[in-house]
Each structure stands twice: as C-alpha cells, then as structure tokens.
Design a protein around this ligand. Sequence first.
Ligand SMILES: Nc1ncnc2c1ncn2[C@@H]1O[C@H](COP(=O)(O)OP(=O)(O)OP(=O)(O)O)[C@@H](O)[C@H]1O
Length: 598
Amino acid sequence: MSLKREGFTGPTNNHKRTGWQETYSLVWPKTPIDTPSEEMVKEESPRVTKRATRSSLNTPQSPLLEEMRKEETPQSSKRATRSSALKSCSSRTRETQKKIDFRSPSLLRDLVYREEPISFDALCSSFPGRRVQILELLQLLGPMNSPLLPLFIYGGASTGKTSVILQIFRHLKRPFIYSSCRTCYCPRILFETVVNQLPHRRSSGSVKRCEKPADFVNLLHDGMSEFINNLKGNSSKLDSEELKEQGSTGTMIYFIFDNMELVRRWPKYLEITSMLFKLYEILKMPEVGFIFISNSSLDTYHVNTGFAEPMPVLFPDYREEDLRKIFLRNQPNQKLYSSFLDVVFNSFYRMTKRVDELSVAFAPLFQKYCELFSDKKGSVPTEDKKRSLFKRFGEHTAPALNDIFKVPSHPNSFKIEAIKEKVKRRDAEVTDDIEFHMPISAKYLLISAFIASRNPATLDAALFDSTGGGDNRKHKRKMSETSKEKKELAEQELIMKGPGTFPLERLLAIFQCISSVAEFSLENEQQVEDEIVSGGDTGIMSDVLLQLSTLCNANYISKGGSCPLEGSTRYRSTISEEMTVKVARSVNFPLSKYLYRR
Ligand SMILES: Nc1ncnc2c1ncn2[C@@H]1O[C@H](COP(=O)(O)OP(=O)(O)OP(=O)(O)O)[C@@H](O)[C@H]1O
C-alpha cells in the first residue's frame, strides 16, 4: 500500500507516531536518572524569575473560566447538569472514586516517557547544535514542581523542536501529555485526544466527547482539579515506595501542543489559538504547564488578546558544522562518512538546511559512495581523489538535488499559501498522476468509511437506493435556496466536529451499495482483469473484513470504543477529503454525488 507519504528515516525519528491519536502514553522507567539539570537550574536566569509563584496563581476560581462556562453549549450544560446530579448522589460518587486509584504514582507514571531516562550528557550529545536550547529549556522548566509560564518553542521545520523537548522530558522523567495538530487535524480530535489522556480518564477507560472550545476548557479544568485534589488528599496515605516514586516525577503535568502552525488552517482558528494560549490564565492551576511548538513565530498568531504571551524559545536553523556533526553522529565509519560529506555536503547545504530532507538525500548517496570503496576495505580517499570523486559523483548528486525540490516532506508554514496556489493550478494533472497500490476493495472501503463519517446516518436510505443511489438532485435544489453564508457556517461546523463514528454494519451496507455499482461499471475494465490475472477474486466484496483490519492497522480507519447502547465497535475515517477524492478518482467513483452538503 503506498497511500501514505514517504516517512522520514532520518537520525532519530522514533518519537513520532502515525495515526490520529499521536500520543505518548508511556510506562514507568525503571532506572534512576542523573540530574545535572536540577543543579543547573538552581541558579535562575532573569527569565526564570518571571515564573509565577504558586500562591499568586492559586486563586479559587478564574473569572475567565466562569465566562467560558457561560459560553458553554446547551449540550455541555446538559452534561454539567447531569454531572451535578451525579455529585448530589454521593454514594455513587464514592463508588466511582473507589474504582479509580487517584494515588499519584500509578496515574502519573503512565505519563512519563516510556523509554529509559537519559543523562544530561547523553541528551546534549544526541542533539548536536542544540546545547544552548536544551539548557534554556531546562532552566525555564525549573526544578521539580516549579510552576511554569507557557512556553512557545518555535523555529524552522526539522530543527529538532519536537525531538528535543520530548527527550528533555525523558531526561527529567516528568509526566506530560503530548498532542500534535498534524495528526489531530481538527479541533474536536485535538480536544478529545488531550482530554482522554488526562490521568483519571485513562484509568476509568471511558472516552469523552468534546467538540467546542468551552467544553474542552471545562473538561480540562474539571479533570485536572479533580486529579490535583485527590493527589493532595491521598499523598498522606502513600506508602514509602509510592512516595519515592512521586518524589522522582513531581506533581506537575505538562501539556505539549505540537505543530501549532497547522491550527491556522482550521476554520475559526483565532478562537482556538487564543483559547489555547490563554489556557494557563483560564485554569489558574500552577500544577499544569503548557508548551506550544510551532514552525512560525508568535507574531503570526494574532496573540494580542491582553494576556501574557507565552515565553518564546527559538530553535534557529543549523549551521554547517552542526549539520555535519548530526550526520556523523551515528556513523560506524566516521572517516569514510566524513569524506563522503566533503564530497556532497556543500551542494546540498546551499539548497536546504533541513535535517529530514538531507538525511533522505544522503542515505542512498552514501550507499553508492561505499560501493566505490567496497573492494578497498578501510580505505579513505585522499584530497586529490575527493576532487575527482566530486566530479564523478555529480551524476548521482544532481538527481538527488532535484528530488529535494520535487517532494518537500512537509511544507514550511510560511510557504503554505504559495504551495496552495501551485497545487490549485496543478490539481487536475497531479491528482490523476497519483497511483494507489491498493486492492480495489480497500479503496472502496476507504471511500465508504469516509462517506459514513461525513454523512448523517439518516441520509443513507435516500442516498443509496437499489441502483447505488448518488442522485442528490433534490438535495441540490434545497441547497440553492439556502443562503451562501448559512451554508458556509454549517460546513465549518461540520469540519469543526470532525469525522463521525459508525458501526461495522453501516460501513458494510454503504460498501455493498457503492461497490455493486462499481462492479457493474467496471466489468470489462482493465483493473478487474488485473485482479483476475493476479489470482485475486473478481468480486470486490471478497476479504472485506481482512482489508478493513489492514486499513485499521494502517490508521486510515480508526477503531474506537464500543457504543454503550449498541455494544458494537465503532469506526471512524481518519483520511482527509482531499485524499479520499484522489482515491475516488483512481477508481472513477463520483464521490461528490454521495456527500451530504448542507
Ligand atoms: N540536532 C539534532 N540532532 C539529531 N537529530 C536531529 C537534530 N535536529 C533534528 N534532528 C532530527 O530531525 C528530525 C526532525 O526533527 P523534529 O521533528 O524534532 O523537528 P521539528 O523542529 O519538530 O520539525 P517540525 O517543525 O517539522 O515538526 C528528527 O528525526 C530528529 O531526530
């Protein structure tokens, strides 16, 4: 299956996960850690003195939160009424609390980096060129249990922002909740990903729905205050082993929001970014720290909201010597790799300073370079030889340099608008050029899942009649009557909500409808012939469940919790409309006819 974009195979990409829930749910590390950073941060820099004191922040109730509560949707106020009813039912509350073990170590340890902690020296040597930023961040994070003013880590793409902050948390062994706006691609998914990682929610196992910023703030506030209160109440009851564990992690929880620049592509993004940047002031909980990571600087966010702006920490582009160190770092034959860099580095450095792009370009080139020396084991070229190699190697470097231009792994946000324009112009050719190496049944499953996630279930009967449906003329007439503005608002709301969930039965029903039409229309086409030749079943209904499980494993369809009423597992499409349109085009399926547009 080649639907996914080529992933980066560079130096240390193991912290990144694919899938819509990009989380770092981690297990308790076993070995103690070196803590030079704790000593280092004792001497506070002037910036760190800006850190707020616990007492100054610990006001009983934030007026902002009150304001947000007023803005709450009817849905969430219903929820609140329900929850207050629950509270009054004290025996039930006690029962729930009994089920959840609020004692800190067991809950907090799930939020600590999964792998063994690393020492300060190991941390710095893993990231050549980032020692200054590591020290600055350690200073700002401060000793254990220090309140933290929100941080805003920014810098160009692939400058190590994510990797460095995550490894710092690994080093400090502190609990954190990570979410990336790349994989959490709409507000609802972002909110739910964060809320459902809260300690008490993880332990209770229930999944919370959260669509509006106000709901998010309320759930975050309620979840964290419940957790913190229980933490304080229970710390006296901890045995010595648990106290020791609590002592090594502290009681702060940090929330990391990565790829913030992508939020600016969302509808009503100003509401979301200003809410996120204000969270610290809204919650007024010194036990909670916020860290935002972005490709673009604070100026691009219109943060002029009257609140203290987050503290910026710049990750500048790498200098030539930094990049050389980064690429030399894990090479078994340092001399040979260094001579390789002498031959190719300058040509590439002029084009890009991005570690991911360079690393993709260097890997195959170095293989070719090694082949030149395969017969002379251990030999390294002399200066004269390097010059002739530079010429000879040109035939390999030129196409690699072109590739850097062709496939940007992910565009810098500053260039997004320009790229969008380009994409619009080339749209028609590009989409037709893309090949999806995927069985037809998997393509139809992807399309069915997208339709099921996008359309209300009540519309299925109208859309899918015995001929496969797709006749939405009636619907179109209705659309023309509604005003353009109303329609836009409704569509924005739909995007804000993100894709909906559906049961397996509905997916299969849609799949059967659209594939039956396809089987008929594709009967004589090459694609079907190909499947016969390759020994595959001609009916595209074959091995559908197997395909579904493959798509779930690849995270194109996510498998959620079961519905409390139906008891069956629910699914959700995680691919974008753009991608679904491409898949649909590759099988000539008229997707737009089946999509509900208000
Ligand atoms: N100083 C460094 N040493 C080693 N590897 C590095 C360094 N800087 C970046 N990398 C590698 O480059 C890749 C991209 O890094 P990372 O995702 O942390 O960058 P980023 O700044 O968060 O990028 P983006 O803004 O695109 O999300 C990772 O594999 C990371 O290990």
